[in-house]
Design a protein around this ligand. Structure first.
Ligand SMILES: [Zn+2]
Length: 193
């Protein structure tokens, strides 16, 4: 992992540790902070995560306005709009780190686990996407959520020429994260870091 990305990852994990310990940094969360960013933004990382009201990266990474570029979709399923949003973060905002973050008790994972292998009767695109990695052996939807981050990471690179090129040029790194609601901790799932 390049030095810039490594530093950003350390900043995120340190912020998460502070959040867990109740050391809250709210200095960048006031009106003045927002106003100081009215003409520009320079986030340190892009977080690709789920549209879940309990998953609020700015809070559990202890960050404020302008620091995180958060891209959301239920289940954090990688579709075209998500791809282009991440491309924007990497190409235009020059973030050195993209974190694909999943979490405990994900509604989309639960729905996919309970419907499989039937044809989805709702949330069709989302469920079909999760079906790509599910099988009858899949026992736990939290495990499914963790495993699915790998598919998401691969899809970001496979489906976007812009991201693939930037990745091979060493302009950014992708890490996989998992949020536990019990502990508040974000665990990095990649074991080669
Ligand atoms: Zn979710």
């Amino acid at each position: 992992m390049n030095e810039r990305a490594q530093k950003v990852l350390e900043t995120l994990l340190k912020g998460n540790e502070d959040f867990i310990n109740g050391v809250i940094n709210d200095s960048d969360r006031d009106l003045q902070s927002m106003q100081s960013l009215k003409d520009h933004q320079a986030p340190i990382a892009c977080i690709v995560t789920c549209s879940d009201s309990r998953v609020v990266p700015e809070l559990f990474f202890n960050k404020g306005f302008g620091e995180l570029f958060v891209v959301r979709c239920a289940g954090a399923v990688i579709g075209e709009n998500i791809l282009e949003s991440v491309e924007y973060a990497v190409e235009h905002l020059k973030v050195p780190l993209v974190m694909v973050l999943s979490h405990d008790d994900c509604g989309v994972m639960k729905a996919a686990k309970s419907m499989y292998p039937k044809e989805p009767d709702h949330l069709e695109l989302l469920i079909r996407s999760v079906y790509e990695i599910i099988d009858s052996e899949t026992e736990c939807y939290n495990e499914l959520a963790r495993n699915y981050t790998l598919t998401k990471k691969r899809k970001l690179l496979k489906r976007s020429k812009i991201l693939r090129q930037a990745y091979h040029d060493g302009k950014f790194e992708i890490v996989r994260g998992y949020l536990s609601f019990d502990t508040g901790k974000v665990t990095v799932l990649d074991n080669n870091l």
